[in-house]
Design a protein around this ligand. Structure first.
Ligand code: NAI
Ligand code: MG
Length: 353
């Protein structure tokens, strides 16, 4: 008898409600094939919930999902609620209160997807961005001084702790050991002259714990250029909250459509459930038409199963996605086809069975 997983589902808004069921369909197909089972608990936390209750989730929302094995999120945000409210009150709250200190984003060019980089194929683009997700440049330390005078000024402090830097670096090196054994650090130690030399020093120290893993570092400015010109140089790329944020959008962009990119918010200690979601948002411009690409959500499901230890199932889902879009399977409009969301999801579930 295989394992049973308890998954909290937050479909959210817009196309989140259309692509999440396709992710669930594919997980169910994988469960049948690989002999595990899933209990889904659905939470209706979204902008409609906000309209009824004046908040994005109940006061004890985080406690309601804390006991789950993972959280499967669609997308949150709708024009009726300011984006900073829907994002901070739901997604960021979950990330922070559950200690999901790793933001993980694969940038892999799938067979059948054309990269915006001319001439690049699946063998050239296969790397992972590991972003520090708990501190750094995104802090509330600082303030506005001399407001309303000609001396007006703002101070915005960055906060970097040894504990948070070391744990994200070790995560990156551990991950590299499961891949092609190389870690690249995003730095800016020429310009940001206190914090970034510190990152460089911690990187060198942690690298000594992993003599079997190669490592190099690049300033963030040239690193963005290398992502475009030499994507084949990279395996695992690690950086601070801000640098990781920038790279996390650039990486999936070089690997194709926004509709296919997945992401994970991970608690490596496994004390709390990790959260998996597509990179894209709720796409109000196409919501309600049943034409959204479900692959980002389905790939996020594969990441979730990998995290839960169902490695074969995760691999099989990725293979099924590639067999459908690399063959003659149905493609949604963003990939140049005219298939509906449900058709694309069913084809991947069938390829898996
Ligand atoms: P978006 O990702 O929702 O849409 C950007 C463009 O990509 C749109 O033209 C959309 O039609 C297209 N697109 C996105 N996903 C697609 C898919 N699966 N298939 C086909 N086309 C797809 O980003 P946008 O417009 O900036 O944000 C819309 C809302 O989503 C906002 O409220 C925003 O706050 C929220 N959002 C939520 C995120 C989350 O839940 N983590 C992440 C990003 C945005
Ligand atoms: Mg971002």
């Amino acid at each position: 008898m295989g394992k049973n997983y308890k998954i909290a589902v937050i479909a959210g808004d817009g196309i989140g409600k259309e692509v999440v069921p396709e992710g669930q369909r594919v997980v169910e197909a994988a469960a049948r094939r690989f002999g595990f089972s899933v209990d889904w608990t659905e939470f209706d936390w979204n902008c409609d919930y906000y309209a009824r209750h004046g908040r994005m989730m109940p006061e004890d929302g985080v406690e309601q999902v804390r006991g789950a094995d993972a959280i499967f999120l669609g997308a949150v945000g709708w024009p009726t609620v300011p984006d900073h409210i829907s994002t901070w009150d739901l997604i960021l709250k979950l990330r922070r209160e559950l200690g999901l200190y790793v933001a993980l984003r694969p940038a892999r060019l799938l067979k059948g997807i054309v990269s915006p980089l001319a001439g690049r194929t699946a063998k050239d683009i296969d790397f992972v961005i590991v972003r520090e997700n708990s501190e750094g440049e995104y802090s509330a330390a600082g303030g506005l001084l001399y407001e309303g005078t000609s001396e007006e000024m703002v101070i915005q402090e960055s906060v970097f702790s040894k504990r948070a830097i070391d744990r994200i670096l070790r995560y990156a090196f551990d991950l590299a050991r499961t891949r092609r054994k190389k870690v690249s650090l995003a730095t800016k130690s020429n310009g940001i002259k206190i914090a970034m030399p510190y990152w460089d020093a911690r990187f060198a120290a942690i690298a000594r714990e992993y003599p079997d893993v190669a490592h190099d570092k690049f300033h963030i400015d040239i690193l963005t250029a290398h992502f475009v010109v030499h994507p084949d140089w990279f395996d695992v790329v690690v950086g601070s909250n801000l640098f990781g944020d920038i790279l996390s959008d650039l990486g999936p962009a070089v690997a194709g459509s926004i509709g296919i990119a997945p992401s994970g918010n991970i608690d490596p200690s496994r004390t709390n459930p990790s959260m998996f979601e597509p990179v894209h948002g709720s796409a109000p411009d196409i919501a309600g038409q049943g034409i959204a690409n479900p692959i980002g959500q389905i790939w996020a499901a594969a990441m979730m199963l990998e995290h839960l230890g169902e490695l074969e199932a995760a691999k099989a889902i990725e293979t099924a996605i590639e067999s459908v879009i690399g063959g003659n399977g149905p493609r949604t409009r963003d990939l140049g086809g005219n298939a509906a969301t449900v058709e694309a999801g069913k084809a991947i579930a069938e390829a898996l069975a």
